[in-house]
Ligand binder design. Structure first.
Ligand SMILES: [Zn+2]
Length: 352
């Protein structure tokens, strides 16, 4: 009985174990199918199996894949854009640093300016012009009042000093140097001989040296084409002898209008001279005080949209020098640079 019981129970155990293994096998095979095929999301078993049979990705998976790609692409583009923006910001920062370091120093080196555009001072401007400098209006009619849409990063004026050299030349140059400004000096023959060291200093400092006649007398200078050429030739030879510079850059006494006839213009042009007038007359020769500074500022504002060089007429005079710091301070604070005229430039001339 015990043996029989044992025998039966052994058989039962074997059968039960066999059934258990079969079930386990079925379960495991289903389970692994699910794991390998149905990874991404909860699909129904049937779908999973069908897909596994078709051996292709589910439509959802295709969409998911392309979405992933799109996301990846978007992410990449976003990163590139971020890099580009960061790069641009850095460039702009560097640029503004350069600008600051070039404009700050001169501004900081000077006391605050008194130069204002107060209407009180600018309205006093209209004194009748003396026989000197009759042409003060040339470029003024061209200016619209609106500021430029795309302001140029570096605004430039061309400061010019006539009638020197003089005892003031050295101080004028020292002031210009303080602002890292350059200027052009139109000089009279006799003064070049009188102040040779001033001329040499100009050349050493990188200023442009130009001609401005021998007589500085309209009746003598403008007597004929021959007299004009003779004065300019002498003037040029003297300058060359003293400074070593053979300059053809010149300004006729009191400006070209109304004196320079068609014949005269052709004569100087044929000899290679570059005749420069101006488009801002400081009227320092007339005011003989600080008002000339406001006069320049007012005219400069009117020339905001001007195309071409802005040429400012000044003179080597005591009063001009006295208020020159004010003018240079204003220009510097407003971001103006001053350069010297060079012979590659097309001269600014009055319309005859
Ligand atoms: Zn002059």
């Amino acid at each position: 009985m015990r043996n029989l019981k044992k025998g039966w129970s052994k058989g039962t155990l074997v059968v039960l174990l066999a059934i258990g293994f079969v079930y386990l096998g079925v379960f495991l095979s289903h389970h692994f199918q699910e794991i390998t095929v149905n990874k991404p999301i909860n699909h129904s078993k049937n779908e999973t199996i069908n897909r596994a049979i078709a051996k292709g990705p589910a439509p959802e998976e295709i969409i998911e894949d392309t979405d992933d790609l799109r996301l990846e692409k978007k992410e990449r583009i976003r990163k590139q854009q971020e890099q580009a923006i960061a790069w641009r910001i850095q460039l702009e920062r560097e640029k503004s640093n350069v600008k600051e370091s070039t404009t700050k120093e001169p501004a900081a080196a000077k006391p605050a300016t008194n130069a204002t555009t107060s209407s009180e001072q600018t309205t006093k401007e209209s004194k009748p012009a003396q026989s000197e400098q009759p042409n003060t209006q040339p470029a003024q009619s061209e200016q619209p009042n609106t500021p430029p849409a795309n302001p140029v990063p570096q605004k430039t004026v061309y400061l010019t000093f006539d009638d020197g050299p003089s005892v003031f030349s050295g101080q004028i140059i020292a002031l210009l140097e303080k602002y890292r400004y350059k200027a052009t000096f139109f000089m009279i023959d006799g003064n070049i001989r009188r102040y040779p060291n001033a001329v040499k200093l100009m050349v050493q400092s990188g200023e442009t040296v130009g001609l401005h006649s021998v007589s500085h007398n309209p009746k003598i200078f403008y007597a004929s084409a021959a007299s004009i050429i003779a004065e300019l030739t002498q003037n040029r030879n003297t300058l060359k002898e003293i400074s070593g510079v053979d300059s053809y850059i010149m300004r006729t006494p009191y400006g070209s209008v109304p004196y320079m006839t068609e014949e005269y213009r052709k004569a100087v042009h044929d000899k290679g001279y570059l005749m420069w007038d101006w488009n801002i007359d400081s009227r320092d020769w007339d005011y003989k005080d600080a008002r000339y500074v406001n006069s320049v500022i007012t005219q400069l504002n009117q020339l905001a949209n001007h195309n071409g060089p802005i040429v400012i007429l000044l003179h080597e005079r005591r009063e001009t020098l006295a208020h020159l710091p004010q003018l240079l301070d204003f220009l510097s604070k407003q971001g103006w640079m001053s350069k010297a005229i060079d012979s590659s430039m097309t001269p600014v001339q009055f319309k005859p």
